[in-house]
Design a protein around this ligand. Structure first.
Ligand SMILES: CC(C)(COP(=O)(O)OP(=O)(O)OC[C@H]1O[C@@H](n2cnc3c(N)ncnc32)[C@H](O)[C@@H]1OP(=O)(O)O)[C@@H](O)C(=O)NCCC(=O)NCCS
Length: 138
């Protein structure tokens, strides 16, 4: 069995502007092209091998590979911390994020009806998983 990883570690990665492609769009308060982070999925020891993460890219820089570059850096960090599966939770209507995560290799595994709350409505929440280490069962 794998060694149990630390449960509460959090990792945050911020894209440096030179990776963003078009620096001229990034000035002052808009000088961060994007960030990605992960932290604990649930605050109990039984979920120590799982993390929940997010990625956000500045609206003027989407579609240029920034999000992919962030996940490509973050995934090995989570693996080296002993993590098994990152989970992403996405509003079921957020086609761009679903397309992005699936293009990276995340799989849709569950849809929680009306589990979200945003702008005075209850959107469905889609959970996706990515395998940092191979599944232990078929
Ligand atoms: C989702 C998000 C992080 C994607 O970042 P990005 O830097 O634009 O993505 P990339 O340029 O690396 O795209 C990689 C792939 O993702 C997919 N993708 C990206 N944007 C997409 C869109 N709008 N619709 C469908 N697929 C998309 C494509 O397959 C793309 O590959 P391609 O460029 O070869 O077609 C960005 O749109 C964002 O910050 N959205 C708002 C925040 C959010 O919803 N975050 C997700 C929560 S986990």
């Amino acid at each position: 069995m794998a060694a149990k990883p630390s449960c509460a570690e959090i990792s945050v990665l911020v894209a440096a502007s030179e990776t963003a492609g078009n620096d001229s769009q990034l000035t002052g308060e808009r000088s961060i092209p994007g960030f990605a982070s992960f932290g604990e999925f649930r605050a109990w020891p039984g979920y120590c091998f799982t993390v929940e993460g997010t990625v956000h890219v500045h609206s003027s820089l989407r579609g240029q590979g920034v999000g992919t570059a962030l996940l490509q850096e973050l995934a090995p960090r989570a693996r080296s911390m002993g993590k098994h599966v990152p989970v992403a939770g996405v509003d079921a209507g957020n086609d761009s994020s679903l397309g992005f995560l699936e293009s990276f290799g995340f799989e849709r595994v569950a849809r929680l009806r009306e589990a979200g709350y945003k702008f005075d409505r209850f959107p469905d929440l889609v959970f996706l998983l990515f395998w940092l280490t191979p599944p232990t069962r078929p």
